[in-house]
Design a protein around this ligand. Sequence first.
Ligand code: GCO
Length: 262
Amino acid sequence: MTSPAPAGDLFSLAGQVVLVTGASRGLGWAMARAMAGQGAHVVLNGRDGATLAARCEELAAAGHSGEAAAFDVTDEAAAIAALDRLMARHGRLDTIVLNAGIGVRKPLLEVTTDDYRQVTETNLTACFVLAREAARRMVPAGRGRIILTASVMGFVARPGVAAYAVAKAGLHGLTRALAVELGPQGITANAIAPGYFKTELNRPLWQDPDSGFARWIEQRTPLGRWGEPDEVAGAAIFLASPAGAFVSGAILAVDGGMLANL
Ligand code: GCO
């Protein structure tokens, strides 16, 4: 019977080493920065080393701990090498946030097979590979947290994002598969399903506040607005912290109530 964490430490990530993919900007950077604020040493992944270095400086300026790990999540050898460097340096990987993703917005009949392959490789296959390789390195410790960035598009769809919806729905299945297979090793696996946030990926959708789409999302969202990237961070902290110790296989919508709305 494990003793519950003192209330003050319930959401603490002190002592954790956390790898966040796609951490240069948007939801990934928001989660990484907030997790560092809770005491984690965050390893920031992205493809651009200069951007990651600047983010590490921001963390240091705030008195937080972080480092860069530049690699393309679709490059399996590079991802494994980065995990090996992390383990050699820190001797542990407590939490991985599999957030990196791309989008292709095209009518389905115009989506090329290469478009489909790029989106599913980045948003789904890379998550499978990194989750498997992270779990391999978590098992000896008998503990670990895997957090995937899914989407409301894993539950519903809209015209023009078919490949993205396929990949995100696939992450729902991956979350459950990881949870059931890794639970005996003390590893939890959960997904966060963001609604519509003001991210760079979505800039074409929200930057004109008077556009029909921006207004439509506001109407479809019971809270009546787009999310701010920092508003997704609490879910990641919860799932990585002692507060989330007995949560696994869950898909936590952070969507302003959108999925509850007809
Ligand atoms: C879009 C959006 C969605 C995202 C949304 C919800 O084009 O409709 O980019 O694909 O998933 O941010 O998570």
